[in-house]
Ligand binder design. Structure first.
Ligand code: HEC
Ligand code: HEC
Length: 419
């Protein structure tokens, strides 16, 4: 433990000193992919972190099975077609050749929940862990189930079929309707079910069970985060509040307060909220350094070939740095404020439609969202209020009165697509 702590402290010191030496005299780091040098990650730690990210429930079966009875819901009502319809993804690599052949031959009934249990038996439903056994009559039974980080922060490349393919860890699952899934629990009253069911695909409210308000945010990517001193939209996560690191702060928050894993979370800034689900055993704390290292190892995806107009993007870049005033906040190689320890911005800095979410956070301020890989995850802003990057640009143009011509707005959009 002590050694791990020492290593992460040293890493942070190294990070901070690297940031200061790449800083120009005027304190501004020009955006660009290659000018942020970060210490290499320990490959073994990264490997452990991948296992945790994909398969670790932190013991949250006590919630999803014992309290919400989601095992019964899945067993009786969730066929593979239903699972795919609520945005769950299937890891094709986990399917045994016989199952693949049977699916291809049309011999698997995709409207039968029993087929879902076969997938779970093979650990093939992304983000869902199930313990499957056989009834005396030969049918399958879902004894216990829990969820992992991959549920919301992984998707698949659809290479086998829609919703079935190779895992893409860190890519937000914007098809997933977590609220609707939770609303199927027989343990909830109708009013609570209605709230969960109202969130829609790609959205989740990680504060509903704390303050009782319902104002969901889009599920963000968990890639491209190495080097950013603050985590989440509102920058709640930092080393001051979690020695293991900024992302680890939020990973502890979600693992304990949302997934209901066995662990402990407390933050005085959230009206002194304390959640103790240890049940005699902390299954979270020791896993945070590896889990964070894995997320840090996932780079933001490069834009697909020919997905933007390169000439227009060059003009757009000049606008981003100049007339459109974007780089004042989206500065440095990660397009967020790394040099000032991740300076946060007041409520008014967001041009999103929703103005309230920020007040429910620990900081009550905004972190400047990093923009690498932004092409990959529409809709934009924490409330998903801009459907496309063109809409993002129009919004900024109007709200900040930038006076960009139609052609300039188009160029700026092409630049955003190129990041
Ligand atoms: C039910 C869906 C869900 C699950 C499960 C979930 N997350 Fe998230 N995650 C979210 C949402 C929503 C946010 C945005 C919260 C905010 O910014 O206020 C988020 C934010 C994040 C961020 C912040 C990204 C950034 O830009 O700083 C990271 C990293 C992350 N999650 C990783 C994880 C890990 C690791 C786990 C497992 C311990 C996990 N998440 C489990 C929905 C989920
Ligand atoms: C005052 C600081 C500031 C300025 C100036 C600024 N941004 Fe932002 N930007 C933010 C903040 C804060 C957010 C997060 C807002 C939210 O999600 O509600 C954000 C979010 C975004 C997003 C959405 C990211 C996502 O993952 O959804 C994009 C794209 C973006 N900005 C592009 C730009 C462009 C282009 C400009 C210039 C026209 C610009 N920004 C100017 C602070 C700023």
């Amino acid at each position: 433990m002590k050694k791990k702590f020492m290593i992460s402290t040293l890493l942070l010191i190294a990070m901070v000193s690297l940031f200061s030496c790449i800083k120009n005299d005027d304190g501004y780091i020009p955006p660009g992919k290659d000018n942020l040098q970060l210490p290499p990650l320990d490959p073994q730690l990264v490997q452990q972190g991948q296992e945790i990210f994909r398969y670790e429930t932190f013991g949250d079966e006590t919630f999803w099975t014992d309290q919400l009875h989601m095992n019964q819901v899945i067993e009786t009502a969730v066929s593979p077609n239903t699972a795919l319809a609520v945005g769950l993804k299937v890891d094709a690599a986990a399917l045994p050749a016989a199952v693949v052949a049977a699916i291809q031959a049309g011999q698997v009934n995709l409207d039968d929940p029993q087929s879902t249990l076969v997938l779970l038996q093979n650990n093939a439903v992304v983000g869902v862990k199930g313990q499957v056994s056989q009834n005396p009559d030969g049918t399958l039974k879902l004894v216990r189930m829990g969820i992992t980080c991959a549920l919301c922060h992984s998707t698949v490349d659809n290479s086998f079929a829609s919703g079935i393919g190779k895992r893409l860890d860190g890519w937000p699952n914007r098809d997933l309707n977590p609220g609707l899934i939770i609303s199927l629990s027989p343990a909830l009253d109708q009013a609570t079910k209605d709230i969960y069911a109202s969130w829609g695909p790609g959205f989740y409210d990680p504060r509903f069970n704390h303050d009782g308000l319902s104002n969901p945010v889009v599920i963000p990517p968990a890639y491209g985060l190495y080097g950013i001193p603050k985590a989440i939209f509102t920058g709640d996560g930092d080393v001051q509040h979690e020695p293991a690191g900024p992302v680890a702060y939020w990973n502890r928050y979600v693992a304990v307060t949302q997934m209901h894993g066995h662990g402990y979370f407390a933050d005085a800034r959230l009206d002194g909220w304390v959640v103790d689900h240890r049940e005699g055993d902390d299954l979270v704390t020791d896993k945070l350094p590896a889990l964070q290292a894995y997320q840090y190892s996932i780079a933001a995806p490069e834009p697909p070939a020919n997905s933007f107009d390169a000439t227009a993007a060059v003009k757009g870049k000049a606008l981003f740095m100049g007339k459109a005033k974007c780089a004042g906040c989206h500065s440095g190689p990660l397009f967020t404020d790394v040099i000032n320890g991740g300076k946060l911005h007041p409520q008014s800095a967001s041009v999103a439609v929703d103005k309230d979410y920020v007040n429910r956070s620990a900081t009550k301020q905004w972190r400047v969202t990093p923009l690498k890989g932004i092409w990959q995850h529409p809709p934009y802003f924490h409330d998903g209020s801009a459907a496309t990057l063109a809409e993002v640009v129009t919004r900024y143009n109007e709200v900040n009165n930038l006076k960009l011509s139609t052609a300039e707005q188009a160029d700026l959009t092409e630049y955003l697509k190129s990041l």
